[in-house]
Design a binder for this molecule. Structure first.
Ligand SMILES: Nc1nc2c(c(=O)[nH]1)N[C@H]1C(S)=C(S)[C@@H](COP(=O)(O)OP(=O)(O)OC[C@H]3O[C@@H](n4cnc5c(N)ncnc54)[C@H](O)[C@@H]3O)O[C@H]1N2
Ligand code: MOO
Length: 406
């Protein structure tokens, strides 16, 4: 009886539960911390914006000077004073005057609103040093002013421990004047690809052999997810070779992942090498990614993904990513949304099918290639995984499906 996708995901999560105690941290320059997870809360050392500033190129004014009064409800004529360029510390604004101000420049004390240049008559800044007046419309206090602390106040939590650091988070830390950040040491994966037919890209391709795509595919998926990866190189179908590769590792490994050698063939190297280790080989009711190995090797968590390229990536996305997200809070889950199929599909009875597709404008998803798990070109043309639940055997064009954005 095949195991459900949910049950296997739960088993992977339990296998990795020890990683929750993984408490070592390191301080990294901001850019080096991309994709990593914040080790501790970061408090804002300053407010953002640090000072009230203009949102527009225009005139800094005292709104009261432009308030409607007897005889005029269309603003007032104000004397233009020295301009306030961005980066300057301005002098106090005298009532009855308007200071040319540029976007991002500090509001002068005494000014409480900005009138964009487009609303001024004339709608050009006078040349510096030339005496001038300008007619400006009635304006509410606060108009086009970005108050100090309106984004974040000094002393409050800018980012919580456990936050994955992407461009927005790192940009915020830079805006707060920081150059480095304390992050959790990443989960370290030992990755091994297997098969007598598999050779390194860049070498010659003898008859009957194929290039190792899984090593690059999975290492890339893992790196993008903030994991640290060590590749052992390819193991042939000799279990002694695989055991030697796995045992020649150095450094602290948190998890071993292999691809290939887990199904029903005559030379299933991973199955053979794991004899005597508490590793189960199970059939998950999923296509692709049905055959899976799970357990521990010499006491380390071990996952044996199937060898077909799409199967191993789908295994990463369906099991390892969600389990890591649950246990160590990173990587983030794939964004999931509802889309409509651009064409019909069929799916094997009792198996959760994961098809590859492209989400199109308008919420339609086009399938890329068929269900075959060798179709890496079709995978490369996809931006989404299309989820077809185990109970579904066919769907018409236009049917609603869940898609995970890659
Ligand atoms: N009699 C049965 N045969 C198969 C079954 C089954 O239930 N009964 N399951 C099929 C399914 S589903 C899958 S998935 C594969 C899984 O097989 P293995 O994990 O044992 O993987 P291999 O046999 O080693 O390879 C499968 C396939 O993938 C290619 N491959 C392997 N490694 C790489 C690599 N690093 N880069 C590129 N391609 C790779 C390999 O050449 C095979 O074509 O088993 C089915 N068979
Ligand atoms: O599980 Mo296999 O991955 O269907 O090709």
């Amino acid at each position: 009886m095949a195991r459900s996708v949910a049950a296997h995901r739960q088993a992977v999560q339990e296998l990795l539960s020890g990683l929750a105690d993984h408490e070592s941290t390191e301080k990294l320059p901001l850019i080096a911390a991309l994709g990593r997870v914040l080790a501790a809360d970061v408090l804002a050392p300053l407010s953002l914006p640090p000072f009230a500033n203009s949102q527009m190129d225009g005139f800094a004014v005292r709104a009261a000077d432009l308030a409607p009064h007897a005889g005029s409800d269309v603003g007032a004529e104000l004397t233009v004073v020295d301009p306030v360029p961005a980066g300057a510390a301005p002098v106090r604004l005298i009532p009855g005057t308007a200071a040319p101000i540029m976007t991002g420049a500090m509001m002068p004390e005494g000014a409480d609103a900005v009138v964009p240049i487009e609303q001024a008559v004339p709608d050009v800044f006078p040349a510096p040093g030339v005496a001038a007046t300008v007619r400006l419309p009635t304006t509410e206090p606060g108009t086009f002013v970005r108050d100090a602390g309106s984004d974040i106040s000094a002393g409050t939590v800018a980012l919580r421990a456990g936050t994955a650091l992407g461009p927005g988070q790192l940009g915020l830390l830079a805006a707060l004047g920081m150059t480095a950040v304390e992050v959790r040491t990443p989960v370290h994966v030992l990755l091994v690809t297997t098969g007598d037919e598999v050779v390194e890209p860049g070498t010659s391709l003898p008859e009957g052999k194929i290039y190792d795509s899984n090593g690059t595919l999975l290492e890339a998926a893992m790196l993008q997810s903030g994991l640290h990866v060590t590749r052992t190189g390819i193991s042939g179908d000799d279990p002694a070779e695989l055991l030697a590769l796995l045992r020649s590792r150095s450094g602290t490994i948190d998890l071993i992942v292999s691809t290939g050698g887990v199904s029903k063939g005559a030379y299933e190297v991973v199955r053979q090498a794991m004899k005597g280790q508490p590793v189960e080989f199970v059939s998950v009711a999923m296509q692709p990614g049905g055959p899976q190995g799970i357990g521990t090797f010499d006491g380390l968590p071990f996952l044996g993904f199937p060898g077909n390229p799409v199967s191993c990536l789908v295994s990463f996305e369906m099991f390892l990513r969600p389990a890591l997200a649950a246990v160590v809070g990173s990587p983030a889950l794939r964004p999931s949304l509802q889309a409509r199929l651009a064409e019909s599909l069929t799916s094997p009875a009792g198996k959760h099918q994961v098809r590859r597709g492209t989400l199109l404008p308008g919420g339609m998803v086009r399938l890329e290639g068929g269900p075959g798990s060798h179709l890496i070109h079709a995978l490369a043309n996809s931006n989404a995984l299309v989820q077809v639940p185990a109970a579904v055997t066919e769907l018409d064009a236009g049917a609603e499906v869940e898609v995970w954005m890659l």
